[in-house]
Design a protein around this ligand. Structure first.
Ligand code: AGP
Length: 616
């Protein structure tokens, strides 16, 4: 949440900051601001709302923009205080000599504020972050050394932070610090960059230093020095960034979300590539460090995740129990961390996260690591905090996902869970490689990319249904068995980007309460895969029809009963129950997308959301 960019070099800082912030807009977008260093003066520009507003403000400041080659910028997702200009970052001390931008939450900001008020600090905003500006400035008065001031300040701060600070008397440096909020330093030739996420700087450099928790760095145009909180100089570890700049283009699509939905067939090919060669070969997962012995000793699995990743994990539970036969629990990380959970060295904990930076999931992982459990992370960001905490890593290779609503990362997570399940099963029971059901599942997995393409290549009927139903205010999604998570994810997609009140239910639960809401104003979307639960879901659809609900079916089966029962039916290619979640979801993503499009919503940046939720 929130995005930080910093630049120090010889180029126009404002351009680099604005461009960088535009690539971080998916992290938060309710206000933004920059601080530009000019000859011993710091100029601050802020604007509420989208980044374009700041762009406009800066377009009237060409004189300053032309002169400044050092600056810091921020794009905000409000936690403390409304998204106003006053609450936007950068924040300053009383005299404006020191500026700071902050990602994270300062938990003890009230105590610090009360202390700072005694020294005459005047607070202008309602944010926790402003405390950092006054605190660092207060420490600066003692030594006139920004690095020392930052070091003393962070020792007093509780919570999560990525800070970036400048002082007008030291125009040759930016000082940064990190704890529980990502921050990288992009290394260039005669210039350096700072960012809370790779997209902001990938256009300029592929070399970066990942700052670790409790590290502070002094960034000048020709040097980067990293220190611990005791002031010891640490070694710079420069790594290569894993993305290409081209990943950040819409490639002719109207929205990133639509592009990312359409990319899913290629993403599926990528996920499988090198891991699943043919239906009769074992699955190869090089980064999973579980030995045969470890796997044989594992007596339970716990999956922890949030949002869409949680829904992928729910599918994981079905297949892990079905094939690997290990009892599997799944829970939202935000609940998991506040329970007396039972986990030990015989528990395999699977953390799933697109971003690898979700605060609740990181906290949960840290907790179970202390209990000695093996932590396996399934993430789209092998460079993330979670990946760094993992005992085993399963990168999903979906490529950077820009749209706030997760689509291709979900499909990639699902396929990774199928691969992991097959991998574990083949280790636990070597003979399973010859099992008919497993061979047929692998065959289907290899065919999946083409089936996804069949859906994305012709979206005419999905568009028509989207148009027809875009006026409804509420929706219910139902399914049973392995597609129950699909109903949750389909409903989440719709509500996230269209703000329509959509809820997913297991079809069997409908008559235990939700049916009370059904009438002609509440469409029901049913996922009907021809398999074990097909007839049961059909009966539940009958029950909904009897209450005059409009019915939409998503099915892989042509059934003459559909005509009388459903108002609309969306057909998908034939697929087994077991793998169907990976195909059904594509239809639901497209439906959500086109409904939101008809309603004219801001699809890629829905209100109140952020791509990566780095606060608990
Ligand atoms: C998905 O569309 C959401 N915006 C959200 O639910 C997301 O899946 C959740 O915040 C978890 O994020 P993560 O996968 O990066 O951990």
């Amino acid at each position: 949440m929130c995005g930080i960019v910093g630049y120090i070099g010889d180029k126009k800082a404002s351009e680099i900051l604005l461009k960088g912030l535009s690539y971080l807009e998916y992290r938060g977008y309710d206000s933004s601001g920059v601080a530009l260093m000019t000859r011993n003066k710091i100029e601050i520009f802020k604007a509420p709302g989208k980044l374009n507003n700041l762009r406009e403000v800066l377009s009237n400041q060409q004189n300053i923009c032309n002169r400044s080659t050092v600056g810091i910028g921020h794009i905000r997702w409000a936690t403390h205080g409304l998204p106003t200009e006053l609450n936007a970052h950068p924040h300053t001390c009383n005299c404006g000599s020191l500026v700071v931008v902050h990602n994270g939450i300062i938990e003890n900001y009230k105590e610090l504020k009360n202390e700072l008020l005694k020294y005459g600090c005047e607070f202008k905003s309602q944010t926790d972050s402003e405390v950092a500006a006054h605190l660092i400035a207060h420490e600066f008065q003692k030594t006139k050394d920004l690095l020392a001031a930052m070091t003393s300040a962070v020792k007093k701060i509780q919570g999560a932070y990525a800070f970036c600070a400048m002082h007008k008397t030291l125009p040759d440096r930016i000082v940064v610090a990190r704890k529980n909020a990502p921050l990288i330093i992009g290394v260039g030739e005669g210039e350096n960059f700072i960012a809370s996420d790779i997209p902001a700087i990938i256009e300029y450099t592929k070399k970066a230093i990942y700052l670790n928790d409790n590290q502070i760095a002094e960034v000048k145009k020709n040097s980067v020095k990293i220190f611990d909180t005791d002031g010891n100089l640490l070694e710079n570890k420069i790594e290569m960034l894993p993305f290409e700049p081209v990943a950040l283009s819409k490639m002719g699509y109207k929205h990133y979300m639509l592009k990312e939905i359409h990319e899913q067939s290629d993403v599926a090919r990528n996920v499988l590539s090198g891991k699943l060669k043919d239906p009769k070969s074992p699955v190869v997962l090089e980064d999973v460090k579980l030995s045969t012995n470890d796997l044989k000793n594992i007596n339970r699995i716990q999956i922890i995740a949030c949002g869409t990743s949680l829904h992928a994990g729910l599918v994981g539970k079905y297949i892990l129990e079905k094939f690997a036969k290990i009892p599997t629990d799944i829970e939202a990380s935000s609940e998991y961390i506040y329970r007396d959970t039972i986990a030990d060295k015989n528990t395999l904990v699977i953390g799933i996260s697109q971003s690898g930076e979700t605060a609740d999931t990181i906290t949960a992982i840290k907790q179970v690591r202390e209990k000695g459990s093996h932590v396996l992370i399934i993430t789209n960001r092998p460079d993330s905090t979670m990946a760094r905490l993992a005992d085993s890593l399963l990168p999903v290779n979906a490529g950077i996902e820009v749209s706030v609503a997760a689509t291709k990362s979900y499909t990639a997570q699902l396929l990774s869970l199928y691969l992991l399940t097959l991998y574990m099963t083949q280790i636990i029971d070597e003979k399973s490689v010859n099992d008919k059901e497993i061979i047929s599942l692998k065959q289907e997995m290899l065919e999946l990319p083409n089936k996804i393409e069949t859906i994305t290549n012709d979206t005419t009927s999905i568009k028509a249904v989207a148009k027809k139903y875009s006026g409804f205010k509420d929706f219910i999604f139902i399914a049973r068995g392995i597609n129950y998570p699909t109903s949750l994810e389909g409903a989440l997609k719709l509500k996230e980007i269209s703000y329509i009140n959509a809820t997913g239910y297991s079809a069997g639960e409908l008559k235990h309460g939700p049916i009370a809401m059904l009438d002609e104003t509440m469409p029901v979307l049913a996922i009907l895969n021809k398999g074990a639960v097909y007839d049961k879901v059909m009966s539940n659809c009958e029950e909904a029809k009897a209450r005059q609900a409009k019915l939409i079916g998503v099915s892989n089966y042509i059934d003459r009963k559909h005509k009388d029962l459903f108002d609309d039916i969306l057909l998908i290619p034939n697929i087994s129950d077991t793998l169907s979640p990976a195909l059904n979801i594509v239809v639901l993503q497209l439906l959500a997308y086109y409904i939101a499009e008809y309603l004219g919503k801001d699809v890629d940046q829905p209100r109140n959301l952020a791509k990566s939720v780095t606060v608990e």
